[in-house]
Design a protein. Structure first.
Ligand code: DLL
Length: 434
């Protein structure tokens, strides 16, 4: 029997959801117009006034917001509530350019945690569960978000944060954790470590809630098999609150977007044109319940497909596919578009692990791509000759997936650095030369 955290909301009729969205959009828009000079100016520059938007159907009239806007308005420019009403900030890792800082009132924190609670219940969580949260705590939203959601469901919460794998495994077995929350790459690393230490039989896990980075279906199957669990995807971004913008249910065929809090659109990333559901495009979100930091028409750069097909779990919220990579993660190699996830699919279908790294370089004017992937224990005992044969096989499979030649190097076990948070899959040396 399907369980829900907030059944009336999660299974509301499409008409009811639309009614909430219309009402909340107008309220949020007025709030932003009254309190946020930056966005008001953007609207005026586009020739739109607050009264021009009367329902969700008019959303297209509003200007987009991008990460560049957030950087330009850093730190307070996009706030819509006085600082004295805020109780929290969270921030992105800021690897590229200035950090993005998001603000929360207590009500914003509560709504965010409720979204995470929905995800935990959808993954089978109840108050009898022990939830091990090994997303980073602190400025990153993963730890605090799932921690708060787990409290709301009433689970016993282990606030582990990331890293210290020995201690993770000790608590996982001693305290009999049943639900694991971390990045998929860290889940794969924990699974690997459990096998190495001969502790695989001592765990009581039944489910994992994994997100914050792109991962393929092949990687899901691998983790599910190794840990003997069901692995659920969860999506979100700091700018919109954090994890829990959308989450997977037992059908595991896409993530339900919490449409009572967010309106989603997909657009053509080149032209900005709104696309019909079912067409692959960039996700754009409008938050309609937040007080401190509501973003209208925020462009995520994440590429996905929306589906309104009926879901067997009874939830009526629209579903998004796994993001197929960010438009800015896409590598252009010799003019060909390459997503790291395509490479992951090939490697895993060929029986290799998710311990891989992609190195892109440029010699003169020619791009090159090398895929380093670790040996599996079976390969370790093979001869050099048979390893070369395997490398050629993978090169051929990559050629037919990507249409270009990629050098494949099967490297020693453990030579690729394990990730405790978001994995670094690509080293693009071309950027080093400007
Ligand atoms: O990664 C929030 C989060 C924490 C989500 C824990 C899920 C679990 P940021 O650090 O701001 O926030 O990064 C947001 O990460 O735009 C996507 O590109 C990517 N991302 C997040 N979840 C997924 C996912 C958190 N399930 C950026 N699949 C987003 C693929 C994801 N990519």
């Amino acid at each position: 029997m399907t369980r829900y955290y907030q059944k009336e909301i999660e299974t509301a009729s499409p008409e009811q959801i639309r009614e909430w969205q219309n009402e909340r959009l107008l309220k949020t828009l007025q709030h932003v117009w009254d309190n946020n000079k930056y966005y008001r100016k953007k609207m005026i520059d586009r020739g739109v006034l607050v009264g021009d938007v009367r329902s969700v159907d008019d959303l297209w009239k509003l200007p987009f917001l991008t990460k560049d806007d957030l950087r330009e308005a850093y730190p307070y420019g996009l706030m819509s509530a006085p600082l004295s009403d805020c109780v929290r900030i969270q921030s992105t890792s800021g690897t590229t350019g200035k950090r993005v800082v998001a603000f929360y009132t207590q009500a914003d924190v509560d709504l965010w945690e409720e979204c995470c609670a929905r995800a935990i219940v959808a993954a089978g969580g109840t108050k009898d569960d022990v939830v091990q949260v090994c997303y980073g705590y602190g400025l990153f939203t993963g730890g605090p978000g799932l921690n708060g959601g787990s409290h709301k469901v009433g689970c016993l919460t282990l606030p582990m944060s990331s890293g210290n794998t020995e201690r993770q495994l000790q608590f996982m077995t001693d305290l009999e954790a049943t639900i694991l929350c971390c990045t998929p790459s860290y889940a794969a690393y924990l699974a690997e470590s459990l096998y190495e230490k001969g502790m695989r039989d001592q765990i009581k896990l039944k489910a994992g809630i994994f997100g914050a980075e792109a991962w393929t279906e092949e990687m899901r199957h691998d983790i599910e098999e190794k840990l003997g669990i069901k692995a659920y995807d969860i999506y979100g971004l700091t700018e919109l609150s954090g994890p829990g913008v959308s989450f997977e249910c037992e059908e595991q065929s896409g993530m339900h977007i919490n449409e009572d809090h967010f309106i989603v659109e997909t657009i053509d990333p080149e032209t900005g044109r709104v696309l019909p559901d079912g067409e692959r495009g960039e996700l754009v979100f409008t938050s309609i319940t937040k007080q401190a930091f509501p973003l209208l028409r925020y462009r995520t750069k994440d590429i996905a497909v929306l589906s309104r097909e009926k879901c067997s779990c009874g939830r009526t919220f629209v579903k998004m596919s796994k993001p197929m990579g960010r438009s800015d993660d896409m590598l252009i190699i010799k003019g060909v578009n390459v997503f790291p996830s395509q490479i992951e699919t090939v490697l895993m279908n060929k029986g290799l692990t998710s311990n891989y790294q992609i190195v892109v370089d440029r010699l003169g004017t020619t791009d090159s791509i090398e895929v380093k992937v670790e040996m599996t224990p079976e390969l370790f005992s093979d001869t050099i000759n048979s390893i070369e044969v395997r490398e050629r096989e993978i090169t051929d499979a990559l050629k037919s997936m990507l249409g270009i030649y990629a050098k494949v190097s099967i490297v020693e076990p453990k030579s690729i650095v394990r990730s405790e948070g978001k994995a670094v899959r690509v080293i693009d040396k071309r950027k080093l030369y400007g």
